[in-house]
Write a protein that binds this ligand. Structure first.
Ligand SMILES: NC(=O)C1=CN([C@@H]2O[C@H](COP(=O)(O)OP(=O)(O)OC[C@H]3O[C@@H](n4cnc5c(N)ncnc54)[C@H](OP(=O)(O)O)[C@@H]3O)[C@@H](O)[C@H]2O)C=CC1
Ligand SMILES: C=C(/C=C/[C@@H](C)[C@H]1CC[C@H]2C3=CC=C4C[C@@H](O)CC[C@]4(C)[C@H]3CC[C@]12C)C(C)C
Length: 568
């Protein structure tokens, strides 16, 4: 957009909150980083302790914990107690939502003991894990065995339960889909206290397809079986600089992983990993990765980048150097590649600790990074929290790949946020229609990236301070998000629910397909026990009236069923 076309916004006087955000680094260095480092060290010891136990012992502990959850559910009196959700504190979760339902009346079920890997079966290529296993823990256990989850979300703290009940994506999602698409079985405790195992072809197949995006409103997940893939020790990463209009950048991104001949299933033509970074409206770097053996990586002349060391430049800045030095190739150890965005929280770390990307800080203090999201949330207070909703953008637009140029132009117009993260994902046509579905008849158009069984989508990740805020102008982040949500609805797009939503209930269900979700809520008697997904996602503190209305959404025979003795 030319300067003449830019909307003229009035200047905004700086308030104390702007100063609080600017000088937040003091609290972060004095409080958040030491707490984070201590926590991560203890958490590492906890996962090593768990890893030292036999699978048999872990299974025994799992069974005992499942029995406790069932007992706890049985203790609930539906006439008196609130609706069920996990006991995870709102500030502990990684997402941006305020999790207001946990600040109103509710009935907590503690799933905190469910943090163990129950089995890594390299013969059948399945990992069976508990929901609080996080990405750092699972990659630490699998990669040395030459296997990995097919989709490893980048931030170490993200949990299996959160990624399944919400959404999870990574640079391999153009092959494997979203995190939940790699799950082969869910073990779930239902409203009536029954433990069921749902797979794509057993009697609980509807439940299997309804779990993703349901936010824990159909049952409590206590274990998941997830596909493993074979991996090699290194990722060979190629960085391609691109210059031009947003449309040119969008096309270069599509071309980086979608062969023009439509052969999307060819391992030779399609890379193992893809991501794109748009640094401003005219420059971007597209990255593709292919697994490589240690022998290949160590061959003379190859450059190895051990990106995981604390003193290394932040990944997004390292990638940006391709704009100056031109295309380059390097080998990154696989696990370090998976978690490449962890230390700088993508680029959000730059706002929180503006000098943490500097050479001196990285060498002196880089080992203490990143500040743990939970501790940032615990120390932010209402003012900074609201600042992030009003004068900052943390949103993802999941849209059909053929609309990526439109999305970049929309983002440039409404958000003016850079860098932008691009990450493709397949949206499979499933035997049962789920909450998110491909566009109708997409296959007839034979667009780049699409196959007969899946439409190629892309995540357009917009995280950072909008330019108008940097320029000291008025900016209404909530209004911009509202526009984005309408744009997504009009363009068959979806908004991940970890982000703050401005949608009303009617529009929420225009964005997501409610058919299967509602059928499963009925069939598995979730109504009256678990909150509805919209109630969980919607922004704002819950009033007593809203809480009551939500609790009363019990169908005619709902209480009768729930009063029946629960059989475990
Ligand atoms: N690369 C990526 O893919 C990234 C993804 N994210 C987002 O972050 C979120 C994950 O954050 P995380 O802190 O791990 O998860 P959360 O604790 O935020 O959980 C997300 C939702 O899943 C529900 N849930 C979690 N575990 C269970 C369970 N065992 N049984 C039933 N419901 C459950 C929660 O319910 P309740 O409210 O009852 O606790 C909550 O509604 C994801 O949803 C994702 O969208 C963020 C960054 C990157
Ligand atoms: C969705 C993706 C990645 C998203 C991350 C960039 C954001 C996910 C959660 C975000 C954060 C949570 C809470 C915070 C506390 C605030 O006080 C400061 C900001 C933040 C740390 C914030 C920063 C961005 C996230 C980590 C994938 C799909 C790429």
């Amino acid at each position: 957009m030319s300067d003449l076309e830019k909307p003229l916004r009035p200047k905004k006087a700086r308030s104390w909150v702007d100063w609080a955000v600017q000088f937040r680094w003091i609290i972060v260095i004095l409080v958040v980083l030491p707490c984070s480092f201590t926590f991560y060290s203890l958490d590492y010891l906890r996962s090593q302790w768990s890893a030292s136990k036999s699978y048999k012992k872990r299974q025994k502990e799992h069974d005992a914990n499942v029995a406790k959850v069932i007992k706890r559910l049985k203790e609930r009196d539906p006439k008196k107690d609130g609706l069920v959700c996990t006991a995870r504190k709102p500030w502990v979760a990684v997402g941006m939502r305020n999790v207001d339902y946990k600040r109103a009346r509710h009935f907590e079920v503690d799933l905190s003991p469910f943090g163990q890997i129950l089995d890594i079966d390299t013969k059948n290529m399945i990992a069976r894990v508990e929901p609080l296993v996080n990405m750092g823990q699972i990659s630490r256990a699998t990669v040395p065995l030459g296997v990995s989850l097919a989709v490893v979300a980048e931030l170490d703290d993200l949990t299996v339960g959160g990624l399944i009940n919400g959404y999870g994506i990574e640079g391999s999602s153009h092959i494997y889909g979203l995190f939940s698409d790699t799950v082969v079985a869910y073990e779930i405790i239902l409203a009536d206290g029954r433990l069921v195992r749902a797979t794509a072809d057993n009697e609980h197949k509807e439940l299997f397809y309804a779990i993703p995006w349901s936010q824990g409103t159909l049952g409590l997940l206590v274990a998941a079986e997830i596909k493993l893939i074979p991996v090699k020790e290194y990722m060979k990463v190629t960085y391609f600089p691109v210059r031009g209009s947003l449309r040119d950048l969008a096309q270069a991104y599509i071309d980086s992983f979608c062969p023009a001949d439509g052969d999307q299933d060819s391992a030779d033509k399609v890379p193992d990993f893809v991501e794109g970074m748009i640094y401003n409206r005219n420059e971007g770097v597209m990255m593709t990765g292919r697994y490589a053996s240690r022998e290949e990586a160590k061959q003379r002349g190859n450059k190895i980048n051990e990106q995981g060391w604390w003193f290394k430049p932040w990944f997004y800045q390292h990638a940006q150097t391709a704009l100056d030095k031109g295309e380059f190739v390097e080998y990154i150890p696989t696990r370090e590649y998976y978690h490449r965005h962890t230390r700088c929280l993508y680029w959000e770390g730059k706002l929180i600790l503006p000098f943490a990307d500097q050479f001196w800080f990285r060498w002196l203090m880089g080992w203490a990074m990143p500040p743990k999201v939970s501790f940032l949330k615990a120390t932010q207070g209402d003012a900074i929290r609201n600042y992030y909703h009003e004068r900052h953008i943390i949103q993802d637009m999941l849209i059909p790949l053929h609309k990526v140029a439109d999305a970049l132009e929309f983002s440039d117009r409404e958000f003016e946020v850079y860098p932008i993260w691009l990450c493709p994902h397949r949206l499979f046509r499933t035997p049962i229609k789920t909450m998110i579905t491909p566009e109708q008849s997409f296959e007839l158009y034979q667009r780049q990236g699409d196959t007969s069984y899946a439409q190629m989508y892309t995540d357009v990740g917009v995280y950072y301070t909008p330019e108008p805020v940097f320029r000291g102008e008025e900016y209404d982040g909530a209004a911009a998000v509202r526009k984005m949500e309408q744009w997504l609805i009009d363009n068959h797009g979806f908004q991940p629910q970890y982000a703050v939503t401005e949608l009303n209930e009617h529009d929420f269900w225009r964005m997501f397909d409610a058919t299967l979700y509602n059928a499963c809520r009925e069939k598995y008697r979730a109504v009256g026990t678990f909150m509805s997904v919209y109630y969980k996602c919607k922004k704002g503190r819950k009033t007593e009236q809203e809480v009551k209305q939500e609790e009363q959404k019990v169908h005619d025979n709902g209480y009768k069923d729930l009063e029946r003795p629960l059989d475990a």
